[in-house]
Design a protein around this ligand. Structure first.
Ligand SMILES: [Zn+2]
Ligand SMILES: [Zn+2]
Length: 355
C-alpha cells in the first residue's frame, strides 16, 4: 500500500506481529498472528530496530488476561505486547548520534517519556506521567520491527547474545533497582520472595554486593535454580504464615531486608513480618501492604523498572561479571503457548520469543 509517512510517499512494508485485540484468558489464545504496517522513523531522533529477541514478562500475562484493567493496563486496544526488546539498528534518523546502523540496541518497558517534567529532570524518567509504555500500543516487541527515540534505547555489546540481553531490559533492570533499594552490603541477610525471571537476576545482583541471599518460592524448580545461583538457603513458601515465619526464625532469625517480586498480598505480608525492626522491605510488584506497624520502624519501599542510566549499568555489570541469564527461546508465533507455560510455572526463568 502506498502511504504518506515521514514527509514522503513510501510503500508501507508489512511485518508479522502477535496482536491483542481483546483481553482474554491465555488458554483462548487471544494473541493473533497478523500482518501490520511496519513502523517507520517519524522523527529525526529515532532509530528503527529489527527485533532479534523479546522476553516474555509475567506482567504482560496479567495485561493480556485483563487482570490489571482497573489499573488502566492495557490503556488501549489493539496492542502488540512485549517490552523486553533487543535487535539490530537498521536505520537512523538524521539527528541520531548515539547509534549507527548495525549496532545492537535494547528497549525497556519505558518506550518514551516527556523529558521535561520534574521526574524526567531528576533522572527518574520511568516515573514520568506522560510516558508511553512499550507493548501497550502497536509498538511492542512481539513483532519484527520497532522504532524508538535514541534517548530511550540502550546500546548492547555485540558479544551479548540477543536471547541473553532481552530479559535484562525488564527482569534485569527491575532486579537491579530492587536490590539497590534494599541497601545491600556485606553479609546483609536478604530474603528474595519470588524466584522467576526477575528473582533469578536479583539473587545474582545481591551476591555481587556480598549479601547472604535466602530465596523463597512456591516452586521447587525455581528454588533449585536459586541454589545453583548461590542462595545460601532456599525455602518453600507456605500460606500457613505462622509455620513459615517460625521456620524462617529457626533457620535465620529475622531478615535484614526482603524483596518481593511475587504479586500476592499474603507474600508481601509475610515478607514484612520476616524482616527485623528497622529493616527494609522492597516491593517491586503490585498489591496491598496490610501489616505495616509504624513503631517497628521498618521502611517499605516501592520500585519500578529503572532509568536509562540504570539500564546502562545493568548491561555493564552483566557483561563484566558474566551474570547468568536463564532463557529458553521460542518462535514468535508460539507467544500464546509460551504465556500459558508461564502461567503454569513451567518456565524455568525467562522465555524469549524470536521473530
Ligand atoms: Zn516486564
Ligand atoms: Zn516526564
Amino acid at each position: 500500500m502506498l502511504k504518506f509517512s515521514g514527509k514522503k510517499w513510501r510503500w508501507m512494508k508489512k511485518m508479522r506481529a502477535m496482536v491483542l485485540s481483546e483481553c482474554a484468558p491465555i488458554e483462548t489464545k487471544p494473541l493473533k498472528l497478523l500482518e501490520i504496517d511496519m513502523h517507520q522513523i517519524k522523527n529525526e531522533n529515532e532509530i528503527l530496530i529489527k527485533i532479534e529477541a523479546c522476553g516474555v514478562c509475567h506482567s504482560q500475562l496479567h495485561g493480556i488476561e485483563g487482570d490489571w484493567k482497573d489499573l488502566g493496563i492495557p490503556p488501549t486496544l489493539p496492542t502488540v505486547p512485549g517490552h523486553e526488546v533487543v535487535g539490530l539498528v537498521v536505520e537512523t534518523g538524521k539527528n541520531v548520534t548515539n547509534f549507527k546502523v548495525g549496532d545492537r540496541a535494547g528497549i525497556t518497558p519505558l518506550l518514551e517519556a516527556c523529558q521535561h517534567c520534574q521526574y524526567c529532570k531528576e533522572g527518574k524518567e520511568y516515573l514520568c506521567e506522560s510516558s508511553t509504555i512499550t507493548g501497550e500500543s502497536f509498538k511492542g516487541g512481539y513483532t519484527e520491527y520497532i522504532t524508538v527515540k535514541e534517548d530511550f534505547a540502550t546500546l548492547v555489546p555485540k558479544n551479548m547474545k540477543p536471547e541473553y540481553a532481552a530479559p535484562l531490559f525488564c527482569a534485569g533492570i527491575t532486579a537491579f533497582k530492587a536490590v539497590k533499594a534494599a541497601e545491600p552490603k556485606l553479609h546483609k541477610k536478604v530474603g528474595i520472595f519470588g524466584i522467576g525471571g526477575v528473582g533469578h537476576m536479583a539473587i545474582q545482583f545481591a551476591k555481587i554486593e556480598d549479601c547472604n541471599v535466602i530465596a523463597i518460592s512456591r516452586n521447587q524448580n525455581h528454588l533449585s535454580v536459586a541454589k545453583r545461583l548461590g542462595a545460601v538457603d532456599c525455602m518453600v513458601f507456605s500460606k500457613n504464615q505462622d509455620k513459615f515465619l517460625k521456620e524462617m526464625k529457626k533457620r535465620h532469625g529475622m531478615l535484614d531486608a526482603a524483596i518481593v517480586f511475587a504479586p500476592s498480598n499474603i507474600v508481601t505480608d509475610t515478607a514484612i513480618k520476616s524482616v527485623k525492626k528497622g529493616g527494609i522491605i522492597v516491593i517491586a510488584t503490585i498489591g496491598e501492604n496490610p501489616s505495616f506497624i509504624a513503631f517497628e520502624e521498618k521502611t517499605i519501599r516501592g520500585t519500578l523498572i529503572g532509568s536509562t542510566k540504570d539500564m546502562e549499568q545493568v548491561i555493564k555489570i552483566c557483561n563484566e561479571k558474566n551474570l547468568e541469564v536463564i532463557s529458553e527461546t521460542f518462535p514468535l508465533e508460539s507467544a500464546n503457548e509460551v504465556l500459558k507455560k508461564l502461567k503454569d510455572s513451567q518456565v524455568e526463568a525467562r522465555a524469549v520469543l524470536i521473530p
